[in-house]
Design a binder for this molecule. Structure first.
Ligand code: 8X3
Length: 263
């Protein structure tokens, strides 16, 4: 048995990348799952993988999938009652994973819609999703909020003004929250990855496959499963252990621009 057996983990952005990989590892650890993302079909696929993984490890879990656009305030406000109505009894882990970077334009040339989108998905929505689960976790006097930060929350780089700003803000939000809930059983964690090969670069370069592929060329980048392992490891620590932050880089990466590529 693991410390996650019988617990429920909620994952946003669960339809792919780090979110999907995290869901599958939670399943192996015996956690029940609530998988949230915009695309139902992709979520159903991840659910099937979770159930298969749990079966392989001989654990019984339940997996609930629900379409959610984290930027839809009304949907986020209605989320917890909806999950309760569907039988979810506790909210033990929340992984705020949804987010991403769009574009590499520099300040002066950034479209307002891209600014709004990045601030909303990565920051405002993360805050609002956290806010709707917090009262539940406070009532339980237990819970774990795991926010996906970034190298971009540690460094600020050219072409990343908005993304770096919001990821710094995610780090600050997570740390303030940790202080606010210190007298409760709630834990707060920021997992901050460097380059992870997912759809991330594809979105950043607006679908330009060549530019996206170049980001991960000539070295071993992290893969989604690497970050999933760290997330689940944090969640598996005993209740009195709080991993406040975990900064995870590929071995060949030392900063946003120092990457040992063998090209
Ligand atoms: C991680 C991506 O490019 O900021 O969020 O390292 S990057």
């Amino acid at each position: 048995t693991t410390r996650l057996q019988g617990k429920t983990a909620v994952v946003t952005g669960a339809s792919g990348g780090i979110g999907a990989a995290t869901a599958i590892l939670f399943a192996k650890a015996g956690a029940n799952l609530v998988l949230l993302a915009r695309r139902l079909e992709a979520l159903e696929e991840v659910k099937a993988q979770c159930l298969a993984a749990a079966k392989e490890f001989g654990v019984e879990i339940s997996v609930l999938v629900k379409t959610l656009d984290v930027t839809d305030r009304a949907a986020v406000d209605a989320l917890v009652p909806a999950l309760k109505a569907e039988g979810v009894k506790s909210f033990d882990v929340l992984v705020n994973n949804a987010g991403g970077a769009v574009g590499t334009e520099q300040a002066g040339d950034i479209k307002l819609e891209d600014i709004d989108y990045m601030v909303d998905t990565n920051l405002v929505s993360l805050i609002q999703v956290t806010q709707v689960f917090l009262p539940e976790m406070k009532a339980q006097d237990s819970g774990h909020i795991i926010n996906i930060g970034s190298l971009a929350g540690r460094e600020s780089y050219v072409g990343g003004t908005i993304y770096c700003a919001v990821k710094h803000a995610v780090k600050a939000f997570t740390r303030s929250l940790m202080k606010e809930v210190v007298a409760t059983g709630i834990r707060c964690t920021e997992v901050a990855p460097g380059f992870v090969e997912t759809n991330f670069a594809r979105t950043r370069f607006r679908g330009d496959e060549e530019k996206a592929a170049a980001v991960y060329k000539g070295f071993d980048p992290l893969v989604a499963e690497d970050i999933a392992e760290e997330i689940v490891w944090c969640a598996l620590r005993p209740p009195h252990v709080q991993i406040a932050e975990l900064y995870v880089l590929p071995t060949a990466q030392a900063s946003a621009t120092i990457i040992a590529r063998k090209l």
